[in-house]
Design a protein around this ligand. Structure first.
Ligand SMILES: Nc1ncnc2c1ncn2[C@@H]1O[C@H](COP(=O)(O)OP(=O)(O)OP(=O)(O)O)[C@@H](O)[C@H]1O
Ligand SMILES: [Mg+2]
Length: 505
């Protein structure tokens, strides 16, 4: 039953000798029980240990390699062993759970964590399911939930190298939250709705709305947005120059919601801009918005239109307010158009929430969360050096207005520290690159300084959840989307939700 014993060390670096038949892994959680208190400790490194001097070890190995000598020691397991380095996660006593501030006594015996140890956890009322508790690569039955409202309004960052399971996790989250929060998903890979496979379209809540400009399947809405709803501020996260932005503002001031037409038809403005500025602006807008003009007439070829789409943004905002999941397929758009549409909708949603707050109505509204793939495109240092945009504003002050971001990226190091620190829940999947790990570790809610190796070793679907709303950085195994959906469907009795959650007290 016992697999290791504490032999020395210090707080944050407890050293335990492993029993010869145990196979301790990185990330594994061990439990020491000492005078009625349970100490939860986590393995962050493993080493060899031996009673035999280094010189003798080298000699013995030489004899084995060079002379095929038989090296059976009488007391092999006593003399050679593995050492696990452990850090304290939390302690559990009759008065509840809290962060560790003390250590178990020396020679305390350590056993593996089991499901009974986690009985103390409770599930928050409005919950977000992330996966099962994990000890090393072993999955426990205990389900991990966080408080959905808190976590969503304080932003989530999902990071991990390509292929480690960010999108699978995001699908699970969207499925779990369907009908519980307004979710706006900009989907550059068209992977969440599930055109041909199981996806959000199959959720029994019926609260998925899908916009696409590419062969809309049954139940989808063809995406059209009227040019007149675009304002210069929506172009904030695109790389327009200062002069071009000033020109846009001048046109907007003079021509109101017909400003884009006015630029393209080269109508006069009072402010004098050099011809080159207006020409470049005109060409860029035409290219970006897919517009043409001949005989002083404007033709729209893309998503942006003059004849239709007047109420699109309004109805998306309404859907979000009704806790729907609005998925916008941006797979056939340029990145710039995707960002323009995202910025347009995010601005409207955010302004509406600000308005509700002023009227004292905000608390009746569902939380709104905006899912951004490849988040550094709008939250990267380079973009933000040129000025803030709607997404960085939401990252900074969204929580006051019940609006949050779920930023997904492989490259968190591109996001400024201040923004990373504002993302109060980080879901960290396997990350091999040292500087990316460093960026997350430095901005995490818990001290992850000894977890770098552990993060590098995470397999597909394994993650560490570091959150202001959890007591410790929780190791989690994320289910595959199709298994998760099957599970929920198979057993939707209340029993299914009897799992546990880790919440801040
Ligand atoms: N929780 C999981 N359990 C088991 N396998 C998984 C899990 N999540 C993902 N995988 C496997 O990894 C593959 C890639 O997952 P996914 O598309 O979610 O990665 P990603 O991190 O979004 O990659 P990218 O950065 O390229 O978008 C999946 O097709 C699946 O086979
Ligand atoms: Mg992905």
């Amino acid at each position: 039953m016992y697999i290791a014993q504490i032999i020395s060390g210090k707080f944050g670096e407890i050293i335990a000798r492993q029993k010869s038949d145990a196979d301790i892994e990185l990330g594994q959680i061990l439990v020491a029980e000492d005078s009625g208190i349970k100490f939860f400790l986590q393995v962050y490194d493993i080493q060899y240990g031996s009673q035999i001097s280094k010189q003798n070890l080298e000699l013995i190995s030489g004899m084995s390699l060079e002379e095929n000598a038989d090296l059976e020691f009488m007391d092999k397991n006593l003399r050679n062993y593995k050492i696990a380095l452990l850090k304290p996660l939390m302690i559990l006593s009759s008065s509840g759970s809290k962060l560790s501030k003390s250590m178990p006594s020396m020679f305390s015996l350590l056993r593996d964590l089991n499901d009974k140890d986690m009985d103390f956890l409770s599930k928050p009322k409005n919950s977000l399911f992330l996966g099962n508790l994990r000890s090393g690569s072993r999955m426990l039955d205990a389900k991990i939930y966080l408080d959905a409202d808190n976590v969503l309004t304080h932003h989530i960052l999902i990071t991990g190298t390509t292929g480690k399971g960010k999108s699978v996790l995001m699908s699970n989250i969207l499925w779990d939250l369907s009908g519980k929060a307004g979710m706006l998903v900009l989907d550059p890979h068209d992977e969440y709705y599930g055109r041909n496979i199981i996806g959000l379209k199959d959720h029994p809540s019926g609260k998925t709305v899908y916009y696409t400009s590419r062969n809309p399947p049954k139940g989808a809405i063809s995406l059209k947005i009227n040019l007149s709803v675009l304002r210069p501020v929506h172009f904030g996260c695109l790389d327009f120059s200062d002069a071009q932005e000033q020109a846009m503002n001048a046109y907007y001031k003079e021509y109101g919601n017909k400003w884009i037409e006015a630029v393209i038809l080269e109508k006069p403005v009072k402010v004098n801009f050099i011809d080159a500025t207006i020409n470049v602006l005109k060409r860029r807008l035409m290219y970006l918005l897919d517009l043409d003009f001949s005989d002083s007439q404007l033709f729209c070829n893309g998503v942006f239109d003059i004849a239709s789409g007047l109420s699109t943004v309004k109805s998306i905002c309404e859907d979000l307010e009704n806790s729907k999941t609005v998925i916008i397929d941006t797979s056939n758009f340029s990145g710039q158009i995707e960002l323009l549409i995202g910025s347009l909708i995010a601005t409207e949603v955010f302004n509406k929430h600000k308005h509700y707050k002023m009227q004292g109505l905000l608390n009746e509204k569902p939380v709104i969360s905006i899912v951004l793939e490849e988040a550094p495109r709008v939250l990267g240092k380079e973009v933000l050096e040129k000025g803030s945009n709607i997404f960085s504003s939401i990252a900074r002050e969204g929580r006051k207005f019940r609006t949050g971001l779920i930023a997904i990226t492989q490259l968190p190091s591109l996001i400024p520290r201040e923004i990373l620190a504002n993302m109060n829940t980080k879901i960290i999947l396997g990350t091999e690159m040292m500087n990316e790990r460093q960026a997350i570790i430095e901005s995490a809610s818990q001290d992850l300084s000894s977890d770098s190796r552990n993060i590098a070793a995470l397999d597909k679907g394994e993650c560490i959840v570091s959150s202001n709303f959890a007591k410790f950085a929780i190791p989690v195994k994320i289910p595959l989307f199709k298994d998760y959906v099957k599970d929920v469907k198979k057993d939707s009795s209340p029993k299914d939700f009897s799992g546990v959650g880790i919440i801040e007290e």
